[in-house]
Design a protein around this ligand. Structure first.
Ligand code: G
Ligand code: G
Ligand code: NA
Ligand code: MN
Length: 254
């Protein structure tokens, strides 16, 4: 079977899986949120990477269904965690640029919030800056609509893409995620340190919180703490993991 046909069946039959990677407060070590990350092991096609999966979905008109599936599963799972006593937990869901730009995202999000009864303030959408979408006014309207639902918006992979200072000024964003390429160079490159320091103070002055992605080494974590970075995620702290493991980790983390 073609990959797209299998993917469609997998969406309908709930054969896709979300893994979760915690985002930690770097000062206290507490968990603030979990990022939902798509995983698919197909009997026929083996393990398909999320990037390939999303590309196939977009080529075959399945992007909407896939996005809806991810949002609904992530919100349902967060509800379970809230009911298990972790009522403060948030979930971060990645939204691909095409989904973001087509104008129906706010309708889908509103529907999912309604169907799950989830507290909107615990949902964070991650939008990558690696597109030229910010140049269209429609994108600002979409962001505004999403914010009016009470959810938060994070700008993902910050520093690598298209965003300029004027975008940061115009867009109603809550969070910046510093791209892992900057974090990777922190322990070896003083210029990376300067850049990260600047991004942190920029975000603070615009009332956004900062998350460092891709923390792999203790030196990087130490440097980020020194620079006052509030939040971090990466293999050093915890890898993306299945729901059961995430539940265990939440129970251990106070
Ligand atoms: O988890 P991993 O490193 O394999 O993810 C690879 C890429 O796929 C990352 O850029 C990540 O943001 C993206 N990704 C993972 N899950 C989703 C998802 O549910 N939706 C979208 N749009 N992107 C995702
Ligand atoms: O594009 P995005 O920033 O959403 O990509 C997130 C992806 O990065 C996750 O899917 C995850 O698998 C991966 N990731 C998480 N932590 C680390 C890390 O410490 N190092 C690297 N190289 N990748 C990571
Ligand atoms: Na992301
Ligand atoms: Mn992300």
């Amino acid at each position: 079977q073609k990959l797209a046909v299998s993917l469609q069946a997998a969406i309908e039959q709930d054969q896709l899986v979300l893994h979760y990677q915690p985002i930690f407060r770097l000062d206290s070590g507490g968990i603030e949120s979990v990022e939902a990350l798509l995983r698919w092991h197909s009997e026929e096609h083996g393990t398909v990477s999320p990037l390939e999966l999303i590309a196939v979905a977009e080529q075959h008109g399945l992007a909407h269904r896939l996005n809806e599936w991810v949002l609904l599963q992530a919100c349902r799972q967060l509800n379970r965690w809230h009911q298990d006593g972790f009522g403060w937990l948030k979930v971060n869901v990645n939204i691909s640029p095409n989904i973001f730009m087509d104008g129906e995202l706010a309708i889908t999000v509103r529907q999912v919030l309604h169907d799950t009864g989830l507290d909107a303030s615990t949902l964070v959408l991650e939008i990558t800056e690696d597109t030229s979408m910010w140049d269209t006014m429609g994108s600002i309207d979409t962001l505004q609509e999403l914010r009016e639902l009470g959810i938060e918006i994070a700008l993902d992979d910050f520093g690598t893409g298209y965003s300029s200072f004027s975008h940061l000024r115009q867009l109603p964003l809550n969070k910046l995620k510093i791209d892992k390429s900057f974090v990777a160079d922190l322990s070896t490159d003083p210029r990376a340190v300067s850049l990260v320091k600047t991004i942190i103070s920029l975000a603070e002055s615009l009332d956004m919180s900062v998350t460092a992605e891709g923390i792999e080494l203790p030196e990087q974590q130490a440097q980020l703490q020194l620079l006052g970075c509030q939040l971090g995620q990466g293999y050093l702290l915890a890898r993306p993991m299945p729901v059961e493991d995430m539940s265990d980790l939440l129970s251990q983390n106070h």
